[in-house]
Write a protein that binds this ligand. Structure first.
Ligand code: GDP
Ligand code: MN
Length: 378
C-alpha cells in the first residue's frame, strides 16, 4: 500500500516526526476553512500517488485563505501524470533554509535495509543519483542488529548539519526507522527534510510504501484505506475495498492484468493498435478465483467498457484459477466480449475451462490486443 502524503503525515505525527499543521480538503471551500484554522502563509498540495507534483504545478503557495481557495480550484482541475487530483492538503508553509533527503528502503539483493541520506533534497532520488551520486550516502542496516548510533553519526556528518542539531536528527531518523519496522514498510522517505530558518528539522513531504502482505496487522491502515473511498467513483471505491489497484481512464477497452508492469504493457499495446484503455487494473500475484471474479465484475459493471482484454502471465498466479474466476464473473455480472491471452502455470487447464465456454484463448499478446481493438471498434 502506497500512502498519500496526508496519510504519511499522520504516521509521522504518531512517531513524533515534526510536520507542519495541515488539513485535507476536497473542495475550494473546505480548503479555505482549513486555512482559516491554521497560520499563514500556506502551501496547497495535490494529493496524488505520483511524484514530481511540484514541477507539474500541483504545489502552490498562498498568503491568504482566499488565495488558498483559488489555488485549490486550480489544482483540483489538474491531471498529474495521468492521475486526476481529487483532494489537496492545505499546510502552513515552512520557512526553508536547506532541503535534505532521508530514507529507509528494503534492499532485497543485499537482504538489508538501506539508510540513505543526502544534503541535496527536494529533487527526486533518481536525479540525485544521476547528477550528484557522491552526495548520496548509503549505509546497509542488518535487520537483526537494527539502526546503530554510528550510522546516524555518519549520516549526520554527511548531511553537513551544524552540531547542535545532532539530538534532533538522531531522534528523527530513529523514529523514522521505528516506523519503517513497525509498519512493515518497503520504503519510508522524507524528501525534502527541511532545515528551517529557526534551526528545526521538519518533514515537508512523505513517501511510505507498506508491504501489502502485512496489512492484516495494521488495522489503522485498513481504516485509512476505507476513508480514501469518499473521493472516488463507485467502481474505484469498490476496487479499493477489494484491495485492487484500479484506475479509471477515458477509453473503452477494459484491461485486466497481473502485475503492474504487464498491465501497463497491455495498455500500451492497446494504444499502439489504435484503441483506448478504459482503466488500469492489476490483480497482483497469486490471485484466487474470487479475486479475479471481483476484479472482472468491476469492468463488466463499467458502462464505458465495450470489450475486456485479460492478459495473464501465470507464475504464482494459476491460469485455471483465473479461468474459473472469468467464467463465474461472466455468469454473475453479465456478458461482454472478452479477449483472453494466457500463458504459464496451469495454462492447459485454464484454456480448457475457457474454451468449454466458447472463449478462445490467444498466445500472442500482440494479436490479442489487435483483436480487442477490432472488436471494440465493431
Ligand atoms: P513533490 O514535488 O511531489 O516531491 O512535493 P514536495 O512536497 O516534496 O514539494 C516539492 C517542493 O516544493 C519542495 O522541495 C519545496 O521546495 C517546495 N515546498 C513544498 N512545501 C513547502 C513549504 O512548506 N515551504 C517551502 N518553502 N517550500 C515548500
Ligand atoms: Mn517530495
Amino acid at each position: 500500500m502506497n500512502l498519500y502524503e496526508y496519510e504519511g503525515r499522520l504516521l509521522f505525527k504518531k512517531y513524533g516526526i515534526p510536520v507542519s499543521n495541515s488539513g485535507l480538503a476536497s473542495s475550494p471551500k473546505e480548503a479555505k476553512e482549513i486555512a482559516e484554522r491554521i497560520n499563514p502563509p500556506y502551501v496547497v498540495k495535490a494529493q496524488v500517488l505520483v511524484g514530481g507534483r511540484g514541477r507539474a504545478g500541483g504545489i502552490q503557495f498562498a498568503e491568504t485563505p482566499e488565495e488558498v481557495e483559488e489555488a485549490t480550484r486550480r489544482i483540483l482541475g489538474m491531471t498529474i501524470r495521468g492521475v486526476k487530483v481529487e483532494k489537496v492538503l492545505v499546510a502552513e508553509k515552512v520557512d526553508i533554509e536547506q532541503e535534505l533527503y532521508v530514507s529507509f528502503i528494503i534492499n532485497r539483493g543485499g537482504r538489508t535495509i538501506d539508510f540513505l541520506v543526502s544534503p541535496l533534497g527536494g529533487i527526486n532520488i533518481e536525479e540525485i543519483v544521476k547528477e550528484k551520486a557522491e552526495s548520496l550516502l548509503r549505509q546497509e542496516i542488518d535487520p537483526l542488529l537494527g539502526l546503530q548510533e554510528f550510522m546516524m553519526r555518519k549520516a549526520f556528518k554527511h548531511a553537513g548539519l551544524s552540531k547542535q542539531l545532532y539530538g534532533d536528527f538522531k531522534a528523527l531518523v530513529s523514529s523514522l526507522y521505528r516506523l519503517f519496522i513497525e509498519y512493515d514498510c518497503e520504503l519510508t522517505e522524507i524528501n525534502p527534510l527541511a532545515l528551517t530558518k529557526d534551526y528545526e528539522l521538519v518533514a515537508i513531504d512523505s513517501k511510505i510504501i507498506v508491504d501489502d502482505n502485512s496489512l492484516y496487522r495494521h488495522p489503522d491502515l485498513l481504516e485509512l484505506r476505507k476513508e480514501r473511498v469518499r473521493f472516488k467513483s463507485d467502481l474505484e471505491r469498490k476496487a479499493e475495498l477489494y484491495g485492487l489497484s484500479y484506475v479509471e481512464l477515458e477509453g473503452y477497452i477494459g484491461i485486466l492484468g497481473n502485475g503492474a508492469g504487464l498491465t501497463m504493457a497491455t495498455m500500451d499495446l492497446v494504444s499502439y493498435y489504435g484503441g483506448k484503455p478504459a482503466n488500469f487494473l492489476d490483480i497482483g500475484g497469486g490471485a484466487t478465483k474470487e479475486r479475479v471474479e471481483k476484479a472482472l465484475s468491476i469492468l463488466l459493471e463499467n458502462n464505458k467498457v465495450k470489450v475486456v482484454f485479460i492478459n495473464i502471465l501465470g507464475g504464482i498466479t494459476r491460469c485455471d484459477e483465473v479461468a474459473q474466476g472469468i467464467i463465474s464473473a461472466l455468469e454473475k455480472y453479465g456478458v461482454k466480449p472478452v479477449v483472453v491471452r494466457m500463458m504459464g502455470t496451469r495454462e492447459e487447464e485454464g484454456k480448457r475451462i475457457l474454451e468449454n465456454e466458447g472463449i478462445h484463448v490467444l498466445d500472442s499478446m500482440e494479436e490479442a490486443a489487435r483483436i480487442a481493438v477490432e472488436l471494440a471498434k465493431g
